[in-house]
Write a protein that binds this ligand. Sequence first.
Ligand code: C5P
Length: 258
Amino acid sequence: MSDESRPSPTRQAPDTRANTPTAVVIPAAGRGVRLGPGAPKALRALGGTPMLIHAVRAMAASRGVSLVVVVAPPDGADEVKSLLDAHALPERTDFLVVPGGSTRQESVRLGLDALPPEYGIVLVHDAARPLVPVDTVDAVIDAVREGAPAVVPAVPLADTVKQVEPAGTPGEPEPVVATPERARLRAVQTPQGFDRATLVRAHGTVTDDVTDDASMVEQLGLEVVVVPGHEEAFKVTRPLDLVLAEAVLARRRLNDGF
Ligand code: C5P
């Protein structure tokens, strides 16, 4: 057998995963300070509905998802439970709320700890990406079912990216160190999908501060693959993102009306 035709040792046979139940962990315990003062980011309203509810509905819209675990602010689990109870959610999906931690990583780990044993595939989705289309969720699940231990949705970049030597003081000029080739870069979104055992191992092994879960799996030396993301899966981070999110919702309402 040539090297090309030999299956990757980190992949699992697709048929062992085809019927594996899938759960989603939504870390929603951040304060979202970049959005300005006010309620925790996940509880901010978009089109009159909290961002978190949009995110939960976006995950539950996938027929492949049978459990959604919301990781709430440490002192806000009861509030989040009441919020879920107060909004219509698909009946075929189960919901759990657990208190989060002081970092995103800790919050995800606490969500993983709460998963019943039968869930062999786990998606991790930021509450701050409320408008991800169901096709993106399904594409991630499909790629994990087909055998990838870790899958990330991503989009090409519009801007050229520079690596800099960060200035000590904000606003100071920063020397450019390198310009990575834009065509080879992708902006990564969520939900990111994982073989559960792989993600649990990554969270138990990697202690560095990371900004996404897939990079922990990369650090284990395992294969991470990219599938096409979507422009509407953007992260609501700054005040302008709220304006864009409202515009996307208004466009959806208009399209649904016809
Ligand atoms: O801060 P950032 O936008 O990267 O946060 C990404 C996601 O992680 C958000 O949905 C936020 O609520 C969540 N988070 C968390 N626990 C923390 C910090 C952030 O669940 N301690």
